[in-house]
Design a protein around this ligand. Structure first.
Ligand code: UD1
Ligand code: CA
Length: 453
């Protein structure tokens, strides 16, 4: 959309979150709320995007980038925040779209329809995105005239009982005609319950000047604000539902969708099947035709086509599985690359490792990657086979097609095709078990006799 300037308000204290972190940096599906808002805005192709932040919020400025930021200090209300933003933006020819940073579930389609509504003939000066939340509570109420145009927004604190009974509320998203924006916002005063400059007053101000204001409704689940941890959890639930629906629509099978949790950035290929109770942290990329079995936890991992993961697998950042790799129950992988067709099917820890193709890693194998000071690498080349309960003390290399015997502690490199055994020699003493049993039985009997007397 041409000549559009976007302002996102994020300078408030967020007191109700009871947090040292700025509110809009709290995450939904492992992505800060502010980024969700900016992601919804981006496809509108605004000429400028500016985030209003408070002073001493470097983390917020970093999260906003590449959007510009303007500092509002002290925060004197949403109207004051927009004034600061407009001063930084200068003249805006087209639309000014204002969003609140804590309504993170907003979608591009809804924003586009709000802008279209403002531009629709006869053009309105202000268009407000309305909603009907189940509990209107502290939201501003939209006062609509008989002809359907918008008369005013009244904050709940300042509303009369009749106004508070209005179900239609302000979502906080407002589109303004650029050429009137500075003028209208400049006229906002702070005579209200909180002595704040309310952006919402622009409607009454515009009406007083004979300018037209309108409202359209968006689904409440898309427009709810997050002001507390409880509301954050509600927003998370909505986002998870959206992500589940999106993945299923893209060809992923979820056997029990409500038990699977995604990150906003999770990528999954077609015909992948995900069993119940699987959790994706940030940075997971799953190929096509993969099976992720129940109770697996996947963070920062790339999984190749046709792989089978879990049940009960833990894939940590830096894991890369080639095609058709099998990772089974109670296997933990960290910074480990496994080449095509390799298998670690049970009870293993593979960390800081480069594993070739068609390698078999036996149950209980541990890469001993940490010597108490530094992490070291383990290399296992193509076709090698690691016996059960082997400890591979890094740095160490197991050559191609080598075999490591079960229970070995491997401290030196193993050449290709070699058999390595790093364990005590086995000794058999003929008849010794029989003798031992005889002595033991006699001792037991003697003890029982003594306790009788
Ligand atoms: C605001 C609206 C209310 C609407 C609701 C929707 C006003 C006066 N009220 O209320 O009508 O129903 O949003 O969620 O606009 N902020 C600043 N600077 C400030 C104050 C706030 O940047 O000085 C930012 C906050 O960081 C937040 C957003 O503006 O992201 C909204 O502020 P908040 O205090 O949450 O407003 P509400 O009381 O929820
Ligand atoms: Ca809010």
């Amino acid at each position: 959309m041409s000549s559009l300037a976007v302002i996102v308000l994020a300078a408030g204290d967020g007191t109700r979150m009871k947090s040292t972190r700025p509110k809009v940096l709290h995450e939904i599906a492992h992505r800060p709320m502010l980024r969700h808002v900016l992601d919804a805005v981006a496809p509108l192709r605004p000429g400028r995007t500016l985030v209003v932040i408070g002073k001493d919020m470097p983390a917020l400025a970093a999260a906003a980038a590449p959007a510009e930021t303007a500092v509002q200090s002290p925060p004197l209300g949403t109207g004051h925040a927009v004034k600061v933003a407009l001063a930084a933006l200068g003249d805006v020819a087209g639309d000014v779209l204002v969003l609140v940073g804590d309504a993170a579930l907003i979608t591009t389609a809804t924003l586009a329809s709000l802008i279209a509504e403002r531009r629709r003939a006869p053009e309105a000066t202000v268009a407000v995105l309305g909603m009907r939340p189940a509990e209107p509570g502290a939201y501003g109420r939209l006062v609509v005239a008989a002809d359907g145009s918008l008369e005013a927004i009244v904050e709940a604190r300042d509303a009369t009982p009749e106004q508070r009974a209005i179900a239609l509320c302000n979502s906080g998203v407002i589109a303004l005609e650029g050429r009137h924006a500075s003028d209208l916002v400049g006229a906002i005063e702070n005579q209200n319950a909180r002595h704040e400059y309310y952006l919402t007053d622009v409607v009454a101000i515009a009406r007083k000047r004979g300018l037209l204001c309108r409202t359209i409704e968006a689904p409440a689940e898309e427009t709810v604000g997050v002001n507390s941890r409880a509301e954050l959890a509600v927003a998370e639930a909505t986002m998870q539902q959206r992500l589940r629906a999106r993945h299923m629509a893209a060809g992923v099978t979820l056997i029990d969708p409500t038990t699977v949790y995604f990150s906003a950035d999770t990528v999954i290929g077609r015909d992948t099947m995900i069993e119940p109770s699987v959790i994706f942290g940030p940075g997971a990329r799953v190929g096509e035709g993969v099976e992720i079995r129940a109770m697996s936890h996947i963070v920062g991992a790339i999984i190749g086509d046709g792989a089978i993961v879990g049940p009960f697998a833990r894939l940590r950042p830096g894991t890369e599985l080639g095609a058709n790799v099998h990772v089974g129950n109670f296997v933990e992988l960290k910074a480990a690359r496994l080449g095509a067709g390799s298998k670690a099917n049970h009870l293993a820890y593979i960390g800081d490792a480069v594993v070739g193709c068609q390698v078999n890693i036996g149950a209980g194998t541990i890469t001993c990657n940490y010597d108490g000071f530094l992490k070291h690498e383990t290399r296992i080349e193509d076709g090698a086979s690691i016996g059960s309960n082997a400890a591979l003390v890094a740095p160490v290399t197991i050559g191609a097609n080598a075999i490591v015997g079960a229970g070995s502690v491997i401290t030196r490199d193993v050449p290709a095709d070699a058999l390595a055994l790093g364990r005590g020699e086995q000794v058999e003493k003929p008849g010794a078990a029989h003798d031992l049993r005889k002595r033991g039985t006699a001792a037991k009997r003697a003890k029982a006799e003594r306790s009788k007397v």
